[in-house]
Design a protein around this ligand. Structure first.
Ligand SMILES: *[C@@H]1O[C@H](CO)[C@@H](O)[C@H](O)[C@H]1NC(C)=O
Ligand SMILES: *[C@@H]1O[C@H](CO)[C@@H](O)[C@H](O)[C@H]1NC(C)=O
Ligand SMILES: *[C@@H]1O[C@H](CO)[C@@H](O)[C@H](O)[C@H]1NC(C)=O
Ligand SMILES: *[C@@H]1O[C@H](CO)[C@@H](O)[C@H](O)[C@H]1NC(C)=O
Length: 903
């Protein structure tokens, strides 16, 4: 999703080891070391990145503290600030992989601060402990921010600013620094804020100038720090809250009821804050900007700023002018929040916590996550309801955004986490009756298109993730998506199912009496429903019936007695074609001229909306692309496409590319059309549906062109600057880059196929196999155990110049070997990542084309599952018949209406 976007977890992991980084630095201009959401780009030739590292490292006292690990060094390639402006909405603060606590300074940046902090000039409103990274829509979480004053004017606490509207202060220029597990910024009242985290707790260190007083415009404030906690959240959604400060111990606890950022309902959050380093002078509460030291408790306070505060003496001698604040968070209770903080940060040792965070990130050993709810089920222990572990507390944010690149990436680099997420999906189905599409803060989020959890489940199935996955229930869950329409399909499942089943498309003028939801997006929902159904057909096949070379788990699949399912869903998987209007023209006005003439591109045939009568209506082909009304099709708008044009959606038939290519006029025309799409400005890389279009040249026997466009978009659209992510990161943008640059393959989500492109590195290796039984919660990627298996991708004829900052020279695969044997297919299966192996790619400056070219022949192309000509003959016959019938029916209805009107 772009505007209304999904999630990303700051999960910095380094399972992918880029040998070339260490072996030959000159060899690259960019290196991507990716984390689930933090993706780190680094350029040894780039003074801005390399230089800023050096500078900041000395200004951060704790940075140098971590020296005991060579591989630690690798963390300097990470710049968490990438994508923190220009709509990236990346969370750059301190966190652990899958950590629930995510601390950062929040900025008052309208429409940009979805993750709290933005690299712009807006003032800082506070420091808060939980965020979602990369999302669109309303800002997420950001509950219970702290704010710090070095003192109050005239030493009168009522003269300090308390409310959200009064307290914001600018950041000191160039004082922002972020590194894995650490974030710091100075605000203009002289306070330096640093933060680091454990799983559910944040440790802040607030440092003061140390002078006897600070001079403000309003007067002089003697040195006597005041720290406040506000019950607000980033989207100001609180409907109820309580807060209490203990004047003796200084402990502040509280809770509130808040709204989710892209969904319905509400959630509760709790915190527990303790302070260390200075004696307490006064405590109290505030509502709006009115503070009092008489009330130590606020109960049931509604919307807006309200909270508690403590004013301290000067910090103790040994604290060197700083005060520590330790904040535990919980979604269960205040007690849990306190317990979390006490357990995880008993020692109050900032350097130790930061060091542990960095080690956790390096080793990828941390396994505590909110994405699949492990945070609560594992760490807090008692999120169990009923007899079995309840995993429904997970946050997926929006699967619409993450199913294409992010979930498949986890399957390769963290199969254990992906397995748990599959289990969480199944548990959510079990407890709530439907798989989620979007889910945040324990609430249902809005469904943007299809029921794409079906794709995530099929993807796991075909790639053999089996551990403790209840496939029978998983199958039941996807069937529920396909067959049973929920009352509100805006929040889960699918809509217009009666028509979908009867007609094979969503009529633009459908009458849906089974459920409600935004009755729009008939094309984009339709192509996704078709793909979802195709994925169900894959799930309907067990390992024994699998004829393809695909790797499949050897599990018994009792539901496959339902062979009818395979046929049914395979058929529905072809429904995208019901939207194909072979005579739809690409009509547009050329903005570069003032002429009002409507002109036409040479490309004919597009997916178009269809009526109940089976006839097509014209939907402008370019609408919702960057060159025509880009912002006209969001969740709550009425068009037939979602966040993308009919041009874009006309390419979405990953299950049936050979048919699509034929419909578009054959390989040559298809290639021209796809190139035109990328050249003309219709393509928008800031949203996930565009990812696969970069690689679809593979299906037309021109894998070189996929490489060409990938190397165009990285770096013109994806690069190492703060604006270097073209749209809401959604976890997905970073994943796209990791696939394209790092791994040299791109997944066709839901299928066992990865399309091969030359990576940007001399050699890349990923730990193969799953090792799900190991006692360590995840694989130890950095132990070079003898028995470790690796999937190695090696570039032969690697040339540093190829990886230029501005796209460098073109690079094309000339030939390939898999485990020493000639390999001409332009795709591989998951077996490579599961079993390990060596994929050698010989590259050169010219595209390898023609009969002897690499990956160009029919037998080299990725799978298309609808190549049976008889299938399509039958399909066309049925389509003709049905269309005739509908026309008659509609005609009869209209005539009937005229009579009934009684005029
Ligand atoms: C940040 O604040 C601290 C504490 O007041 C101060 O020592 C430091 O010099 C400041 N740094 C910058 C870049 O202003
Ligand atoms: C639609 O509603 C009807 C009547 O309640 C029900 O019989 C049918 O199964 C529903 N169809 C779907 C696809 O949910
Ligand atoms: C699959 O597993 C079953 C029993 O678990 C075994 O009998 C069978 O040989 C296995 N099939 C393959 C192809 O490995
Ligand atoms: C980096 O990416 C951003 C976002 O896509 C883009 O606006 C910018 O022009 C790119 N910078 C370079 C140097 O290519």
């Amino acid at each position: 999703m772009n505007n209304d976007s999904p999630y990303r977890q700051a999960a910095a992991k380094l399972p992918v080891y880029f040998a070339s980084v260490l072996r030959k630095r000159r060899a690259l201009l960019f290196a991507v070391l990716f984390a689930i959401t933090i993706f780190f780009l680094f350029s040894p030739f780039s003074p801005d990145i390399a230089g800023s590292y050096g500078k900041h490292s000395s200004s951060s006292p704790s940075f140098g503290a971590v020296k005991n690990h060579d591989v630690n060094d690798i963390l300097r390639f990470i710049d968490p600030l990438i994508g923190t402006t220009n709509g990236g909405h990346v969370f750059p603060g301190a966190t652990l992989p899958y950590g629930m606590a995510k601390a950062v300074a929040d900025t008052a940046s309208p429409a940009e601060n979805a993750a709290g902090f933005v690299s712009d000039d807006n003032p800082i409103t506070g420091f808060s402990h939980m965020h979602d990274s990369g999302t669109g829509g309303q800002p997420s979480l950001g509950n219970f921010p702290l704010f710090v004053h070095p003192g109050c004017v005239d030493d009168d606490y009522t003269k300090c600013d308390f409310s959200l509207s009064d307290r914001p202060l600018n950041r000191v220029p160039d004082s922002v620094y972020a590194s894995p597990g650490y974030f710091t910024v100075n605000i203009t009242n002289g306070v330096k804020a640093e933060m680091t985290t454990t799983h559910h707790s944040v440790l802040y260190r607030f440092s003061f100038p140390g002078t006897e007083a600070v001079r403000f415009a309003k007067g002089v404030a003697p040195y006597s720090p005041l720290i406040l906690v506000d019950l607000v959240d980033l989207m100001n959604s609180r409907s109820r809250g309580n807060i209490k400060v203990d004047p003796e111990t200084g402990r502040i606890v509280g809770d509130g009821r808040y709204g989710p950022s892209f969904g319905s309902g509400h959630y509760h959050a709790y915190f527990c804050a303790d302070f260390k380093g200075a004696k307490i002078r006064k405590t109290g509460t505030f509502e709006s900007n009115k503070a009092t030291d008489e009330k130590q408790l606020l109960e049931g306070v509604g919307w807006g700023s309200a909270g508690a505060w403590i004013q301290f003496e000067k910090p103790d001698e040994e604290m060197k002018d700083s005060i520590l604040a330790r904040v535990g968070v919980s979604f269960m209770s205040v007690d849990k929040a306190c317990e979390n903080a006490e357990r995880e940060m008993e020692d109050w040792d900032f350097e130790r916590v930061e060091r542990d965070a960095r080690e956790a990130i390096i080793r990828g050993k941390t396994r505590c996550g909110i994405r699949a709810s492990r945070t609560l089920t594992r760490k807090s222990g008692n999120q169990e309801r009923g007899n079995r572990k309840m995993l429904t507390s997970s946050r997926f944010y929006c699967i619409w955004d993450s199913f294409r690149a992010q979930h498949p990436l986890l399957t390769v680099i963290d199969p254990k986490a992906q397995t748990e997420m599959i289990r969480a999906l199944i548990d959510i189905y079990r407890h709530e009756g439907k798989l989620p599409d979007c889910r945040m803060s324990f609430c249902k989020g809005y469904t943007q298109g299809g029921s794409n959890a079906d794709v995530v489940i099929a993807d796991a199935f075909v790639k053999g993730l089996t551990a403790d996955i209840d496939w029978k229930t998983a199958y039941e869950a996807v069937l529920s998506d396909a067959e049973i329409e929920p009352r509100n399909w805006g929040l889960s499942g699918r809509g217009n199912l009666v028509s979908w089943h009867d007609r094979g498309y969503i009529p633009q003028n459908d009458v849906d009496t089974n459920g409600t939801g935004p009755a729009s997006r008939s094309i984009s929902r339709g192509v996704e429903y078709a793909y979802n159904d195709f994925c169900i057909s894959l799930l309907s096949q067990d390992s024994s019936s699998s004829s393809s070379s695909s790797y499949r788990p050897n599990i018994s699949t009792p539901w496959t007695s339902l062979t009818a399912d395979i046929t049914k869903y395979h058929h529905r998987g072809a429904n995208w074609r019901n939207y194909w209007n072979p005579s739809a023209k690409d009509l547009f006005r050329d903005d570069r001229t003032t002429s009002s003439y409507i002109i036409q591109s040479p490309f004919v045939g597009f997916l178009q909306p269809r009526t109940l009568a089976g006839t097509f209506r014209y939907h402008p082909t370019r609408t919702c692309s960057p060159i025509q009304n880009q912002h006209s099709c969001y969740y709550d708008t009425a068009l037939d496409v979602y966040e993308g044009s009919p041009w874009l959606y006309s390419f979405f038939a990953p299950q049936s590319m050979s048919t699509l290519i034929q419909l578009m006029g054959g390989s040559d025309t298809f290639v021209k059309r796809l190139e035109y799409y990328h050249e003309s400005g219709i393509a928008y890389m800031g949203n996930e549906q565009s990812f696969l279009t970069v690689f679809q040249f593979h299906y037309a026997g021109r894998p070189g062109l996929s490489s060409k466009w990938l190397r165009n978009y990285i770096p013109t659209m994806f690069n190492a600057s703060v604006n270097g992510i073209p749209g809401n990161d959604d976890c997905a943008m970073g994943a796209f880059t990791t696939w394209g640059m790092g791994l040299g393959v791109f997944p066709v989500a839901g299928q066992d196929a990865y399309l091969i492109v030359p990576p940007f590195f001399r050699e890349v290796k990923v730990r193969a196999g799953m090792d799900l039984k190991s006692s360590s919660p995840s694989r130890d990627y950095h132990s070079e155990k003898k028995e470790a298996k690796w999937a190695v991708i090696r570039t032969v004829n690697f040339d540093a110049e190829m990886q230029g900052r501005n796209g460098g020279k073109p690079v094309y695969i000339q030939s390939a070997k898999l485990n020493g044997k000639k390999y001409t297919k332009n795709w591989i299966t998951h077996e490579f990542f599961e079993q390990g192996g060596l994929l050698e790619l010989v590259v050169g400056p010219e595209e390898s084309i023609g009969k002897d070219g690499w990956g160009t022949n029919r037998e080299d192309l990725p799978p298309s599952y609808y190549e049976d000509e008889k299938f399509w003959e039958e399909w066309e016959r049925m389509d003709r018949e049905r269309t005739e019938r509908w026309k008659e029916e509609e005609k009869a209805k209209e005539e009937g209406n005229e009579v009934d009107d009684g005029y």
